[in-house]
Write a protein that binds this ligand. Structure first.
Ligand code: SAM
Length: 445
């Protein structure tokens, strides 16, 4: 049993987030909630009264990172018994009873739909000296209003438009951690975007596991983009992650027609082999993926594309792996996230032998990344001499800042901290595989 403690003694908090942008936005909303209860955010766990770990279960590696972090907190708590520890998100939601059994030293344990209960559960744990738990996946995942989110990025506000996923990808744990799709009413999304703009965010990124599957009543994803695009004062609109099966002609048109929608799309293809795609239950073939890219590029010829691939999926042969490489060659992605296949609890792929040896997975990962670096180098070189619009978001060092172009490329330039939040035009003077170098031309707004 943990020591009882005075709830009022909890004055500061620190949140460590693992995983995707949706987890980041969940943490942002938890931070907003804790602030609204008078707690102050601090920048290190050893300065906090309450430390919350927001976990990711998508690959074993992410879960292992969280377990290390929890181990460190246990040691910290041995020195400071008053420290409160919270664990939430995908891992406890997936593990259920196992997570509860393992939660010694943890004061608060919540899932993906019960983050709003953290303050009450902290009080409960303080009063009883026991772990306070709520893993109810039927609770309202949007109970913490996005309007109070403490956004991490100074210029880009994440706005979650849907929770969960209705796909059945064989490798993916997300439907089990976040449940089936629940779409927010469009007017709530628009209100949150308006609030973000009123707080000074020039850019909004709409989030969902399969964001372009969005539908609420008569409003489909293209309809939602249309409504958000009209929000006065918004300069840039992005969204992630899109699923190839839900790219429609109206979505492609939205890129062309709507002035705030930026020409950048993250569109995971996972594998270039039809046999592997069918086994993954992705719902498209290699050719259908390429046709989707062709449709998008027909409407927006300079659309920047990024993607996810998985190497070493069960049974993936060398020839099948090379088909993945050939998709990279055919499409020419602007960036790529490559992952080694990781068997996950409760997924259908778990029934298949994880038969690609770890060394071979590493080699394939290396080959994909090396290939991609060459592509990025080429694509970035082609921008040198051109003019880009950059929204400045960070100070890199003395007299140096960086931001993103409309195509989501990282751009470094000379400039002072006062440029953060400003939209500027730059001339691209140099390039590398991961970023562009540029010279400031003019601040626009
Ligand atoms: N919902 C999105 C989709 O279906 O395209 C992305 C979800 S997931 C959070 C992000 C990426 O992690 C996936 O696109 C996939 O490449 C990778 N991933 C998911 N499960 C994996 C697994 N079991 N092993 C390796 N990579 C995995």
């Amino acid at each position: 049993m943990k020591a009882k403690s005075d709830p009022l003694a909890v004055r500061s908090f620190f949140i460590q987030t693992f995983g995707c942008q949706m987890n980041v936005n969940d943490s942002e909303r938890v931070a907003g909630l804790l602030r609204s209860r008078g707690l102050e955010a601090v920048d290190a766990p050893d300065r906090a009264d309450f430390v919350f770990l927001n976990t990711c279960a998508v690959r074993e590696k992410a879960t292992a990172k969280y377990r290390h972090a929890l181990g460190r907190l246990r040691r910290l708590k041995a020195d400071r018994p008053d420290l409160r520890i919270g664990v939430g998100g995908c891992v406890p939601q997936l593990e259920g009873e196992t997570a509860i059994a393992r939660a010694t030293h943890v004061d608060v344990l919540v899932g993906t739909h019960t983050l709003h209960r953290i303050p009450e559960l902290m009080d409960e744990a303080g009063a009883t000296g026991k772990t306070a738990v709520d893993l109810d996946r039927k609770a309202d995942a949007f109970a913490i209003p996005g309007e109070i989110a403490a956004h991490e990025n100074p210029v880009r506000a994440y706005v979650t438009i849907m929770e969960g996923c209705n796909h059945v990808c064989s490798f993916c744990v997300v439907p089990r951690t976040r449940g089936p799709e629940v779409n927010r009413p469009p007017e709530n999304v628009v209100r949150e975007v308006e609030a973000a703009v009123a707080r000074g965010f020039g850019e909004v990124m709409l989030l969902g596991q399969t964001v372009n599957a969005y539908r609420h009543g008569e409003t489909d994803f293209a309809g939602l983009l249309e409504r958000v695009d009209r929000v006065a004062g918004l300069n840039r609109l992005r969204f992630t992650t899109s699923h190839p099966e839900h790219v429609s002609a109206s979505m492609a048109e939205a890129f062309r027609r709507l002035p705030r929608v930026c020409p950048y799309l993250h569109l995971p293809f996972q594998s270039g082999s039809d046999r592997v795609l069918a086994s993954m239950r992705r719902g498209y073939t290699r050719q259908e993926y390429l046709d989707t890219v062709a449709l998008l590029r027909d409407r927006v010829p300079d659309l920047a594309l990024s993607t996810d691939v998985i190497v070493g999926y069960p049974g993936e042969t060398e020839a099948e792996f090379e088909e993945t490489l050939s998709v990279l060659e055919t499409v020419g992605f602007d960036s790529l996230f490559a992952f080694s296949y990781s068997p996950r609890p409760g997924t259908t792929a778990l029934r298949l032998a994880d038969d690609v040896p770890a060394d071979e997975k590493r080699r394939r990962l290396h080959v994909v990344n090396a290939h991609q670096q060459l592509w990025q180098r080429r694509r970035h070189e082609a921008r040198v001499g051109g003019v880009e619009e950059v929204l400045v978001e960070a100070v890199d060092g003395v007299g140096r800042v960086s931001g993103r172009s409309r195509h989501f490329r990282i751009v470094h330039l000379d400039g002072e901290a006062t440029l953060v939040g400003r939209t500027v035009t730059v001339e691209v003077t140099g390039s590398g595989p991961n970023a562009l170098q540029a010279r400031l031309l003019q601040a626009i707004h």
